[in-house]
Design a protein around this ligand. Structure first.
Ligand code: GRF
Length: 216
């Protein structure tokens, strides 16, 4: 069966890009990366992708007078590459309404909190400050409102009493690298449907356990 063609959009480190690249390197994985786009030419992920012989494109947003034109450039490049699913992976640019509408239900993101809690930036520090005992990450479809959209998959991690934001971010990142390739695989396998802005997964394995943190 033909593999689902992915674009991965990054701005920096690119560890989620690397997780997707590793998944796509497995012969049985049902998706392939056909384009990596960064708004920073020096993003580490762009170098890794280039080293792995993936097509890359650095587009400097400062070369565009408005957001919509920058987004149109990305859409044109993705259409040329035959992209079927756009994966945001640490892409630190707000997207125009036109772009989000054009790619509706073909555009997903990963966010390092259990949405709808802690949208936006500095979410690990904010979770610690709020004193919540669990955090995690969310893969979701993108809608116009930031960090809103049908949730495909979440992973939970405990927050330890001596955590700082970096320690919590590192614990969450391990799970990000698991659930992002998993969510993409489900989409490629056509097991996902969106009903009333909720995601249903065909043939899920569902956990009926619970977690308590801290423990005594
Ligand atoms: C991740 O924490 C992701 O959840 C968030 O941005 C970060 C990107 O990290 N959207 P990386 O560039 O994939 O390493």
């Amino acid at each position: 069966m033909a593999k689902l063609k992915l674009a991965v959009l990054i701005s920096g480190r690119g560890s989620n890009l690397q997780a997707l690249m590793a998944a796509c390197a497995e012969p049985a994985y049902p998706a392939e990366i056909v384009l990596v786009i960064s708004n920073h030419a020096e993003a580490k992920g762009i170098k890794w992708a280039g080293d792995a012989n993936l097509p890359t494109l650095a587009i400097n947003h400062k070369d565009f007078s408005n957001r919509a034109d920058f987004d149109r450039k990305m859409t044109a490049a993705m259409n040329d590459a035959g992209v079927e699913l756009v994966c945001l992976a640490g892409f630190m640019r707000l997207l125009s309404e036109e772009f989000v509408t054009y790619w509706r239900n073909r555009l997903i993101n990963i966010h390092p909190s259990l949405l709808p809690a802690f949208k936006g930036l500095n979410v690990q520090a904010r979770a610690i400050t709020a004193g919540v005992k669990f955090s995690g990450c969310t893969v979701h479809y993108v809608r116009n409102e930031m960090d809103v959209g049908p949730i495909i998959c979440q992973a939970v991690v405990p927050i330890h009493m001596d955590d700082d934001a970096d320690a919590l971010a590192a614990r969450i990142l391990v799970q990000e690298h698991i659930i992002y390739p998993q969510a993409v695989r489900w989409i490629a396998e056509k097991r996902i449907s969106i009903n009333d802005e909720k995601v249903d997964l065909d043939k899920p394995i569902q956990s009926d356990g619970s977690m308590i943190n801290p423990m005594d």
